[in-house]
Design a protein around this ligand. Structure first.
Ligand SMILES: [Zn+2]
Length: 228
């Protein structure tokens, strides 16, 4: 029996592998993992990321100047991990004051990082792609981690520089027809924003992912690589 996407626990997996859930929440996630291969795979893929996470300062990743240059941000994370590997655990994470959004964004960034590392070491196919989104104006930037499910597309979207309080719509553009399949809406916030969205449009039929303002103007857009 395959659980429906909305029944999955992916939003909680990051917190689960980091040990940030309560005993009851962790038990619920564990119960789901016991019966769901997809989420179990996700959890095991995040486990090494969780070990790297204490080495990364979320506020550094959230710095606007860094977010605008994703490749250099990844380089910075790698350099920082190399440099700090020797002094691991010297500084305790201030986990109590780190906002959930910051953790989620960090997990998203590191998930992308882990995928890039895996892809660079293996020529095999991957069902996860990091799509850098082009902004319509300076200061607007975004990144989409696109996952493939058998019958849907799961996207982790990180944006920066959108207007606070404004509603935005996320969509996938279908190959061929060019029709836009809505994924959901969100409200802009100060600083970085992380959201997780599903579409029933299969990953191999999605050509682009984008974000539009209420007036229909596209503010972020990126091309999804063709699945192999
Ligand atoms: Zn699941």
């Amino acid at each position: 029996m395959t659980p429906r996407p909305e029944d999955h626990v992916r939003r909680s997996i990051g917190a689960f592998v980091l040990g940030h859930l309560t005993t009851e929440e962790a038990a619920a996630v564990q119960a789901h993992l016991d019966g769901c291969v997809a989420c179990r795979t996700e959890a095991s893929s995040l486990a090494p990321v969780a070990q790297l996470l204490p080495l990364v300062d979320p506020e550094r990743i959230r710095a606007p100047g860094v977010v605008e240059r994703p490749p250099e941000m990844l380089d910075g994370v790698l350099t920082r991990i190399d440099r700090e590997r020797g002094e691991q655990r010297r500084r305790r994470r201030r986990s109590l004051v780190v906002r959930v959004a910051a953790i989620a964004a960090t997990v998203s960034v590191l998930l992308g990082l882990a995928v890039l590392v895996v892809e660079s070491r293996s020529s095999g196919p991957s069902n996860v792609h990091v799509v850098v989104l082009a902004g319509s104006a300076p200061g607007i930037s975004g990144e989409a981690v696109v996952h493939e499910d058998p019958r849907s597309t799961w996207v982790e979207l990180t944006t920066s520089g959108l207007s606070t309080g404004e509603s935005y719509a996320v969509w996938l553009e279908e190959i061929g027809s060019g029709e836009r399949s809505p994924m959901g809406t969100f409200t802009g916030v100060d600083g970085d924003l992380y959201i997780s969205l599903y579409s029933t449009l299969p990953r191999d039929r999605a050509a682009k992912i984008g974000v539009s303002a209420p007036d229909g103007v596209t503010v972020l857009e990126g091309t999804i690589p063709t699945a192999q």
